[in-house]
Design a protein around this ligand. Sequence first.
Ligand SMILES: NC(=O)c1ccc[n+]([C@@H]2O[C@H](COP(=O)([O-])OP(=O)(O)OC[C@H]3O[C@@H](n4cnc5c(N)ncnc54)[C@H](OP(=O)(O)O)[C@@H]3O)[C@@H](O)[C@H]2O)c1
Length: 248
Amino acid sequence: MADSQYSVALVTGASSGIGAAVTRALRALDLKVYALARRREALAELAGEVGCIPLVADVNDTGQVNEVLAGLPIDILINNAGLGRGFAGLAQTTGEDIARVIETNVAAVLQVTRIVLPGMIERQRGHIVNMGSVAGLHPTGLSLYGATKGAIHLFGQNLRLELQGTGIRVTEICPGRVDTPFFDTALDDPADAKAFTQGFACLRPEDIADAIAYAIRAPWRCNIATIELMPTEQSIGGARITPVPQPP
Ligand SMILES: NC(=O)c1ccc[n+]([C@@H]2O[C@H](COP(=O)([O-])OP(=O)(O)OC[C@H]3O[C@@H](n4cnc5c(N)ncnc54)[C@H](OP(=O)(O)O)[C@@H]3O)[C@@H](O)[C@H]2O)c1
């Protein structure tokens, strides 16, 4: 049965991992779901499986995004498309990677939101869900990725204030490690990528989709502002004991 508050959703980064799981979950709520990503075949497969509507676009191409979203009455925006790079440390990160991660994880999120917001404000109905990360709330030793997700944290907090009185809700989802192809993009060596998700029970994309479905289905008076989800076997904090050279 469709949620009475909303009927149309847009999921960015729907071709894989968390975005695909969220698309499935929103379709299970009987919402019309536009699934946006660059990979046409993966979106077509998902559409065949759950009946979402594929939108092939690069979130970094604002003109293209404007074009594919023109006239769509989006009630729910899931700002999920994103990537990690620079996991070896900032000194080892290329300038191109810095630009690409900031563009995709921050600038594109603001652009897509800017495109969708006027319609939400006009209809006085909307829910924006931003995919943050525990790396945006706590130090995890990922300065580039953490900087972008930290920006998303304060983007959501400020947007919620800006939108007071419009009836539009803003939710931030902050997962710990989720078993998705994210790490294959983040790391060049497949063995390093595997090491991130093996040997302990990671979160699964469905866990994140369940949390988002909960936020969306909450009664209108209740804005689920931030959800932090961690694998039971992962914690933030503690000390890393690394010998440092002593001053002479
Ligand atoms: N996995 C984790 O441990 C974890 C933890 C916390 C937060 N997150 C966040 O969760 C979100 C989803 O990540 P995931 O784990 O599901 O990784 P994933 O499986 O690699 O999915 C990333 C998605 O983003 C899309 N995307 C990337 N760049 C894009 C672009 N320029 N234009 C359009 N779509 C683009 C990809 O689609 P195409 O390649 O088809 O375009 C893909 O669908 C990201 O924002 C990530 O930072 C992940």
